[in-house]
Design a protein around this ligand. Structure first.
Ligand code: COA
Length: 400
C-alpha cells in the first residue's frame, strides 16, 4: 500500500530582540530607504543572551509536537537543517534531541544552505514513503547573526535569526508531497561562503583579523541564480504534479529578497495575494525562512484542507529545492496504518523500539537524578582526599 506524508504539527520561534533598519543606519553606511527598496526588509530578529540555534530549534520543535499532539519519544527521526550549529562537533541535532527528551531517536543535521529545510522535508518523505519511519521532525534553524560581519553593509542588512519546525507523519490518505525537485550547482560554491574556520583554512590570526569567519557573498550572482531557479523549479514541480499555477493556493518562497520573490511570482503568473511574504519582519532567516513562513501562513488561515502549496527555496552551495504539497485534513490516520495494515513483524519492531526508547529515557533520567544526589557526597569525599596537612610554621623566635 502506498504511504503518503502529512504535516501534522508546526511551530516557529523568533527571538524577542528586533533590529530595525534605523538601528542599522547607526551601525553602517546605509539607509532604511535603500534596504526597503532593494530588499523589502524593515526589521530582523537577533538572538539574546542564552539563545542559540539549539534553543530556538527546541522551542519551535516543542510547539510543532504540541500541535501534532505527539510526545518527543514517539518520533522516529529528527532532521535539523542548519548552517549555523552551536558547535562544529557534535551535531546540533543530538543536542536538540536530548533537550526534547527524545533520547534514542536518531538525529542528524543537514547542511544545504538556505535550502536545508526543503532537503529535509524531501528526505523525511522518503523515510515515510519507504515504510521505514512514521513520524519525522524536520527543523530549519539558523543564527546567521553570528556569521555576519556587522561592518559589511552589503550583507549585514539582509539576515536575521529564527527557527521553524514541522512534524511529518505517515498517512493513508493521498496527498502531502506530490512532486519535488532538489538541485545543486557546485560550480558557484564560492558565491556565498564563509572563507575560514573549516579544514581548508583552520582558525588562525588571519581569520580573526580579516573576519574570514563571516559571510562573503556575490550578491548579484546569487540574485541572478535565485530568480532563475525559483521560477524554473516551481514551474517544473507544478507540472510534475499534473497541475497548473492556477491550482496552487499559495506560493511559499524562501524569504531572501522581496524583489526576487516578486520577480518569480510574476514569471509564474502568481498574483502577490497568493504569495506568502514576511521578509519585512524577519529578513532572511536562511533555512528557517520557509518553515517560519509556512507556520505564519497556517496561523493566518491562508492554507486550508485540500489546498495545493508550492514551497521553493535556494541558497549557498548553490542549492535549490521545490515541492508541491497537498494539504490534507488535519486529522491523522497513522494509528490506523499501525494497527491494521502493518505486517506483524514491523508492528512488533515498532513497539519494541518504543519500549527500548522509553527504557533508555528512564535510565538517563534516573542517572541524572542519582548524579545530582551524589554531588554533595562526592564534593565532600573529594575535599577529604585532597586535604593536605598544613605545613607547620617555623617557631616564632622572640627578638631580644
Ligand atoms: N546600503 C546602502 N548601499 C548599499 C548597501 C546598503 N546596505 N549595500 C550595497 N550598497 C550599494 C553598493 O555599494 C552599490 O554602490 P555603488 O553603485 O556605488 O557601487 C549599490 O548599493 C548597488 O549595489 P548592488 O550590489 O548592485 O545592489 P543590488 O541592487 O544588487 O542589491 C543585494 C544588493 C545584496 C540586496 C542583492 O544583490 C541581493 O539580494 N542578492 C541576493 C542575495 C541573497 O539572496 N542572498 C542570500 C541567499 S540565500
Amino acid at each position: 500500500m502506498q504511504r503518503y506524508s502529512r504535516i501534522t504539527g508546526w511551530g516557529m520561534y523568533v527571538p524577542e530582540r528586533r533590529l530595525t533598519n534605523f538601528d542599522l543606519e547607526k551601525m553602517v553606511d546605509t539607509s532604511d530607504k535603500w534596504i526597503v527598496e532593494r530588499t523589502g526588509i524593515r526589521e530582523r530578529r537577533i538572538i539574546g543572551p542564552g539563545e542559540t540555534t539549539r534553543t530556538m530549534a527546541v522551542a519551535a520543535s516543542r510547539r510543532a509536537l504540541e500541535v501534532a499532539g505527539i510526545e518527543p519519544i514517539d518520533l522516529d527521526l529528527i532532521i535539523a537543517a542548519t548552517s549555523s550549529p552551536d558547535h562544529l562537533l557534535p551535531t546540533v541535532a543530538t543536542q536538540i534531541q536530548a533537550d526534547l527528551g527524545a533520547v534514542g531517536v536518531p538525529a542528524f543535521a543537514l547542511v544545504a544552505g538556505c535550502t536545508g529545510f526543503m532537503y529535509g522535508l524531501v528526505v523525511a518523505h522518503q523515510f515515510i514513503a519507504s515504510g521505514a519511519y512514521d513520524r519525522v521532525l524536520v527543523i530549519g534553524a539558523e543564527t546567521i547573526s553570528k556569521a555576519v560581519n556587522w561592518e559589511d553593509r552589503t550583507t549585514c542588512v539582509l539576515f536575521g535569526d529564527g527557527a521553524g519546525a514541522v512534524v511529518v507523519e505517515a498517512s493513508q490518505t493521498p496527498g502531502g508531497l506530490m512532486s519535488f525537485e532538489l538541485g545543486a550547482d557546485g560550480r558557484d560554491w564560492d558565491a556565498l561562503m564563509i572563507p575560514a574556520g573549516g579544514v581548508a583554512h583552520p582558525p588562525d590570526m588571519e581569520m580573526i583579523e580579516k573576519k574570514l569567519y563571516t559571510i562573503r557573498m556575490n550578491g548579484r550572482a546569487v540574485f541572478r541564480f535565485a530568480t532563475r531557479v525559483m521560477t524554473e523549479a516551481s514551474r517544473r514541480v507544478i507540472t510534475q504534479a499534473g497541475l497548473t499555477p492556477d491550482d496552487i493556493a499559495l506560493l511559499i518562497p524562501h524569504q531572501a529578497n522581496l524583489r526576487i520573490i516578486e520577480y518569480a511570482a510574476k514569471k509564474l503568473g502568481f498574483p502577490m495575494d497568493r504569495v506568502m511574504v514576511n521578509i519585512d519582519r524577519y529578513g532572511n532567516t536562511s533555512t528557517a525562512s520557509i518553515p517560519i513562513a509556512l507556520v505564519e501562513a497556517l496561523e493566518q488561515g491562508r492554507i486550508k484542507p485540500g489546498d495545493n502549496v508550492v514551497m521553493v527555496g535556494f541558497g549557498a552551495g548553490l542549492t535549490w529545492g521545490a515541492v508541491v504539497w497537498h494539504w490534507q485534513p488535519v486529522e491523522t490516520d497513522t494509528a490506523a496504518i499501525l494497527v491494521e495494515d502493518w505486517p506483524i513483524p514491523q508492528r512488533l519492531q515498532s513497539s519494541l523500539r518504543r519500549v527500548r526508547t522509553q527504557a533508555w529515557n528512564a535510565r538517563v533520567a534516573l542517572s541524572e537524578k542519582a548524579t545530582l544526589a551524589l554531588i554533595p557526597l562526592y564534593t565532600w569525599t573529594h575535599r577529604l582526599k585532597k586535604k593536605v596537612p598544613r605545613p607547620s610554621l617555623p617557631p616564632i623566635v622572640k627578638k631580644k
